[in-house]
Design a protein around this ligand. Structure first.
Ligand SMILES: CC/C=C\C/C=C\C/C=C\C=C\CC(=O)SCCNC(=O)CCNC(=O)[C@H](O)C(C)(C)COP(=O)(O)OP(=O)(O)OC[C@H]1O[C@@H](n2cnc3c(N)ncnc32)[C@H](O)[C@@H]1OP(=O)(O)O
Length: 303
């Protein structure tokens, strides 16, 4: 039985039933939007903060999963629910993704979800990774990634799935699909997303080497669209979104769908096979060993 707390106009629902909205269907703790008296609707689940300004139609979705915004199963579930709600909300026309953590946009998929777990867990996790990509790459509303820090692997994929990417011009930051450096392989839909953005030849070099690009190199290859001083990332994203929103929604949306649907359909046609592939691949002793060594390396770097 779910416990439901009502606080003014806001609802918090805890538990597995779906008393208040489709948002809780995944059976995890979630917090429904808090409606304030002005034009801003905010909601904050534990890992995703949403701030929708209905006077402009722009929502800011902030990742807040310290220390590095790694994408665990819970994070991905909350993320997809937040995007679903915004997609259904007529007052929202565009979404900006950014990070509440200093210096990190997202460290990518949570490696601990792929290490030392059961095949059933790997399958559930992978489906949630597919879900977020399908939601983002086919998203009806305009999306901008305001990349305010490091963005490896899954973090890069999330940015690549947006319509426009603005990155902090800090030469210490890096972005790229570095999977091969962990001894794993970016699946075909990560690869397709990269190819669609930077072209085939650059993707060949990028994916095989697992290259991580500085902001200026990322701009050169078209992995990001614009660099701005770190303190201006969110402001520039909001200004840019306002310009994009001058285009009639239906025309922009249909154009986006024409360009992206074939890529989305490729995964939709083979989701189960892709999940099986992932589970078989990640369950191998050699892959588990690589991931274990990588986790140890991450910890030892600090010592
Ligand atoms: C044939 C093909 C078939 C199927 C496909 C098969 C496979 C495809 C599979 C998977 C695709 C995966 C995509 C991914 O996203 S994998 C994740 C890749 N991410 C990374 O490589 C990033 C690693 N992290 C870093 O480089 C750094 O942490 C940093 C630059 C993001 C931040 O550096 P800091 O110095 O600020 O912080 P740290 O001290 O390094 O980290 C703090 C803390 O967090 C832990 N951590 C970091 N990243 C992750 C992560 N991605 N997952 C889980 N945990 C992470 C780190 O170990 C530290 O932990 P402790 O505090 O030491 O406990």
């Amino acid at each position: 039985m779910a416990a439901v707390l009502r606080r003014g106009a806001s609802f918090i629902c805890l538990g597995s039933s779906q008393l208040l909205s489709g948002g809780c269907k995944h059976g995890r703790t979630c917090i429904l939007p808090f409606f304030s008296s002005n034009n801003r609707n905010s909601s904050s689940s534990s890992k995703i903060k949403v701030d929708l300004d209905s006077s402009t139609g722009i929502a800011v979705v902030k990742f807040q999963n310290p220390p590095v915004n790694s994408m665990s199963l819970d994070f991905l579930t909350e993320f997809v629910i937040s995007l679903e709600k915004l997609e259904l909300d007529k007052s929202c026309r565009g979404v900006i993704l950014t990070s509440a953590q200093p210096k990190i946009f997202s460290a990518g998929l949570d490696i601990l979800e792929m290490y030392g777990k059961s095949p059933e867990h790997y399958a559930e996790f992978w489906k949630s990774v597919q879900d977020i990509w399908l939601k983002m790459y086919g998203y009806r509303k305009m999306t901008i990634a305001a990349i305010n820090g490091f963005s490896p692997a899954g973090g890069c994929l999330v940015a690549l799935s947006c319509d426009y990417r603005i990155m902090a011009d800090n030469p210490r930051y890096r972005i790229g699909l570095n999977e091969t450096q962990l001894g794993i392989v970016a699946p075909f839909w990560f690869k397709d997303t990269m190819v669609n953005t930077v072209g085939h030849r650059t993707a060949e070099l990028s994916l095989q080497f697992g290259l991580m690009y500085s902001p200026s190199d990322a701009l050169k290859i078209g992995l990001v669209d614009q660099l701005v001083p770190e303190e201006n990332v969110l402001g520039t994203a909001t200004e840019t979104m306002t310009k994009w929103l001058a285009i009639p929604d239906h025309a922009r949306e249909i154009s986006k769908s024409m360009l992206r649907k074939p890529t989305v359909d490729r995964l939709l046609a083979s989701r189960d096979a892709d999940t099986k592939n992932f589970v078989n691949f990640v369950s191998r002793d050699s892959i588990q060993k690589s991931l274990g060594l990588y986790l140890t390396m991450l910890k030892e770097r600090k010592e």
